[in-house]
Design a protein around this ligand. Structure first.
Ligand SMILES: [Zn+2]
Length: 158
């Protein structure tokens, strides 16, 4: 949760915008409260920075609903916690019911910003690692036959 003090300081950065509610305590508090819906201080600061980055000398100070919408948009889609101890970050945990195991959605899903884009080096550029060679046809055939015999052996009679 972002403190009212921090949100208020961030809102003050909008002071140079047209129709900024200078001196109107209630209106400024409304703006700060809207910014408090951001996920954390870093995102609250980013919301204000984004507004200022696109503002011109004619831009008017955003309304609380616009600030709240920008804060919510930054929160992002629901994603698992990449550092979750239960699911290891993939968002699914293994459960066992009636002797059968399966997967269930982990409790760590929450709105989170998109993970940083990872740049993979292209072939021919420094750091490029070629993929492992594809298995031979014989290897694929052996694996498939092994899988078929495993399915036949583990078929359950109902
Ligand atoms: Zn989890």
């Amino acid at each position: 949760m972002i403190s009212a003090d921090y949100a208020g300081k961030q809102i003050k950065r909008l002071a140079q915008m047209k129709y900024y509610p200078r001196g109107d305590k209630e209106a400024l508090q409304e703006l700060a409260e809207a910014l408090q819906s951001a996920a954390n201080e870093e995102q609250a600061k980013a919301v204000v920075s984004e507004i200022l980055a696109t503002a011109t000398s004619d831009s008017v100070c955003p309304m609380p609903a616009e600030i709240q919408a920008a804060a919510n948009a930054r929160k992002g889609e629901s994603r698992p916690d990449p550092l979750c101890q239960i699911c290891g970050g993939d968002g699914w945990r293994t459960i066992t019911r009636g002797g059968y195991s399966g997967s269930d959605r982990c409790s760590c899903w929450a709105p989170r910003p998109a993970p940083a884009i990872e740049f993979v080096p292209l072939p021919g550029s420094p750091g490029y690692v070629p993929p492992p060679p594809l298995p031979s046809r014989d290897e694929i055939r052996r694996n498939l036959e092994g899988l078929k015999s495993w399915v036949r052996a583990s078929e359950v009679k109902l």
